[in-house]
Ligand binder design. Structure first.
Ligand SMILES: [Zn+2]
Length: 156
């Protein structure tokens, strides 16, 4: 595994242990060249998924990309990192078990929104606002009010 800091490919595994309720193996790695430390995860991949973008372009499904977008939505939200990992694994398992290896990006967005809506309303709105590309403020307000008929005053 190549060191993300210096590019050295000869890195060492210092520690391996189960993570996410044994769905993944978490490895702590060490780079002897620069002293850098980083973590990798090993997971089962049931099938190779291809994302069909709205412009028709095909792209290999990238779990890390999905994870980044979800983590951005989850920033500073009171949700345990472990729970976020589980949610992401659940989303990927759902995608893998859909029976098709070609999945429209729209479908992925909808599944992510469904999962986020169950965990954290604010993260859901953040993700949805980007995903649905709400440009008009009116639309966004309407969307939020539809989403939360009983706004909780303690949430910002
Ligand atoms: Zn290094």
């Amino acid at each position: 595994m190549r060191c993300p800091f210096c590019g050295n490919i000869d890195t060492q595994v210092k520690d391996s242990r189960p993570a996410e309720d044994h769905v993944a193996i978490r490895r702590r790695r060490f780079c002897p060249a620069c002293g850098g430390r980083f973590t990798t995860y090993e997971r089962v991949q049931l099938r190779d998924l291809v994302v069909i973008k709205s412009n028709g372009r095909r792209e290999d499904f990238d779990r890390d990309k999905l994870e980044r977008s979800i983590r951005i939505s989850m920033q500073k939200r009171p949700v345990e990192p472990e729970r976020i990992d589980q949610m992401i694994s659940g989303i990927v398992r759902r995608l893998e078990s859909m029976g098709e290896s070609d999945i429209p990006s729209k479908t992925i967005g909808e599944i992510v929104m469904e999962a986020l809506a169950r965990i954290d309303t604010v993260a859901y709105v953040r993700f949805a606002s980007v995903y649905k590309n709400f440009q008009a403020a009116d639309d966004f307000d309407k969307f939020v009010s539809e989403l939360r008929p009983n706004p909780a005053p303690d949430e910002t």
